[in-house]
Design a binder for this molecule. Structure first.
Ligand code: ADP
Length: 482
């Protein structure tokens, strides 16, 4: 590792105000998915440490929430500046533990930092309300107060940004946070904590608990001090966390799976649609919850679009994310490769045709060839589940009503995309898609300014934007008799 600041790669976790070294007890190895080599070790912590961290966060919250909004905002701003100043090192740590190409990792650091910057700004605008009273002598006040201790559980596909999108608004609102990062990518989380401490954010306010998910999640959901659980991951685990949280009535923020449709209408700019497909489908090697999972192309442009798409995909370089020019890194692990293979085999057995790729890459390990399938239909596994890999399945459709029906025919409702130029069609389709987010003539929609989130089995709540701050606040109604 060629870090400029070696202290950012720390084999220790901050728990309730102190650092626990990996060497102090049992540890967990973290592996570089591109090489299979062990990158380092983090401590194996459990329910006890989670409890300790939750109690410390609760104690630290009080003085923290009493600080002025300007003070909290200033510390978040300082954290943002430190993240940006250390962008190259953070990107390298991210690529080494996650696999995405270095330039893409650097993009994630900037994106992740943008949430810290945004919520530093929003912290100063947590406004309440004064509502005209219902009686002559009454005044109605609405105050916004921090919800309480926040438990955050994050995935491996965005080891930096999924953390900042939760932790920054929680801290801005005046809460303390206990985070369980994905076991595959804890070093990015730990580096963020190092920088938060360096920025002057009290260490007890932000703990990182590395260790077995079920045990740590069990404590987070059972502990009545935790008032909000914010989770990004699979629908299955989201539902489990919701069930576990029922007894203590916690507020849930859930960013779960997607099954994004990507529709190319006959009036689309096909070159733009191909470019949008590459971004939406192949970013992070297809391993994002907003990745296009089903690509619907109108009959009359099917041949032209698929030919252009295959040509563009064939040029994407596969390799170790540390090598220059690489666009597609390895998949995260063996299970991810097996899921991709299963989806391709199932589709082919039911009549899909392979236009490109379709097999493991010659580099071995968890590298996979970018793949295009045609003649894909609704009965195939790939149409119903998130593939989370570099496979573009192409469906055909005849008209608008037909494709809207197909696009909405899923339990999920996170991101959706379509390419069209007719303005009336743009409005009609954007309104008809049952999704939390719609990209029109763009394959990239995530940004700190906009509310990210899904409907149906894709989750609850929104992250980013001014709505993202509300998720960490409670309303208090004060009735004043004058
Ligand atoms: P992914 O496919 O992205 O790994 P998961 O939903 O399995 O999706 O994991 C997302 C996050 O949830 C990870 O940090 C993982 O460790 C954590 N997790 C998995 N199972 C549980 C559980 N039973 N309780 C709490 N957290 C869990």
């Amino acid at each position: 590792m060629a870090l400029k600041d070696k202290s950012l790669f720390r084999q220790a976790a901050p728990v309730g105000g102190k650092w626990i070294e990996a060497t102090a007890g049992p540890g967990l190895d973290v592996v570089n998915p591109a090489t299979g080599a062990v990158l380092g070790r983090v401590p194996q912590l459990g329910a006890g440490e989670a409890r300790e961290a939750i109690e410390a966060a609760k104690r630290a919250m009080e003085p923290w929430s009493e600080r002025t909004a300007k003070e909290r905002s200033g510390l978040l701003r300082r954290w943002f500046e430190l993240i940006m100043a250390n962008k190259d090192d953070l990107a390298e740590i991210l690529t080494l533990e996650q696999g995405k190409p270095l330039t893409e990792a650097a993009g994630e650091i900037t994106y992740g930092a943008s949430f810290v910057e945004w919520f530093a700004e929003e912290t100063r605008r947590i406004y309440g309300d004064i509502i005209p009273g219902h009686q002559k002598d009454k005044r109605i006040l609405v105050m916004k107060q921090p919800i309480g201790v926040v438990a955050a559980i994050t995935p491996w596909n965005f080891p930096n940004a999924m953390i900042t999108r939760k932790v920054a608004p929680a801290l801005g609102a005046g809460c303390g946070v206990v985070l369980k990062p994905a076991s595959q990518t804890p070093f990015s989380a730990i580096a963020l904590a190092v920088l938060a401490e360096r920025a002057g954010i009290p260490l007890e306010l932000f703990s990182v608990i590395t260790g077995p998910a079920r045990e740590i999640g069990g404590e987070m959901t059972a502990n009545s001090l935790v008032r909000k659980v914010t989770f990004t991951g699979s629908t299955e685990i989201g539902a489990e966390l919701m069930r576990q949280s029922a007894a203590t009535i916690k507020k849930m923020g859930l960013e779960l799976g997607g099954n994004a449709p990507f529709v190319v209408f006959d009036d689309a700019d096909l070159d733009a649609a191909v470019e949008g497909t590459l971004i939406s489908k192949f970013r992070n090697n297809g391993q994002t919850c907003v990745c296009a999972n089903r690509i619907y192309v109108q009959d009359s442009v099917f041949e032209a679009y698929s030919a252009k798409l295959c040509k563009a995909i064939a040029e994407l370089k596969v390799g170790d994310g540390m090598e220059p020019g690489v666009v597609l890194g390895p998949l995260i692990d063996k299970a991810a490769v097996e899921k991709v293979e299963e989806h391709i085999a199932d589709a082919r057995s039911l009549g899909a045709n392979l236009m490109l790729g379709g097999a493991r890459h010659e580099r071995g390990g968890t590298f996979f060839q970018p793949t295009v399938l045609t003649d894909v239909t609704a009965d195939m596994l790939i149409a119903r589940e998130e593939t989370f890999g570099p496979v573009a399945p192409l469906f055909r459709f005849t008209d608008e009503a037909d494709v809207i029906r197909q696009a909405n025919d899923t339990e999920f409702g996170l991101a959706s995309y379509f390419y069209a130029s007719d303005l009336s069609r743009v409005f009609r389709v954007a309104e008809a898609l049952e999704y939390g987010m719609v990209g029109v003539n763009t394959g990239l929609i995530s940004t700190a300014e906009a509310p990210f989130g899904g409907v149906k089995a894709s989750g609850l709540g929104r992250e980013g934007s001014r709505y993202g701050m509300e998720e960490f606040l409670e309303l208090k109604y004060v009735c004043l008799s004058v």
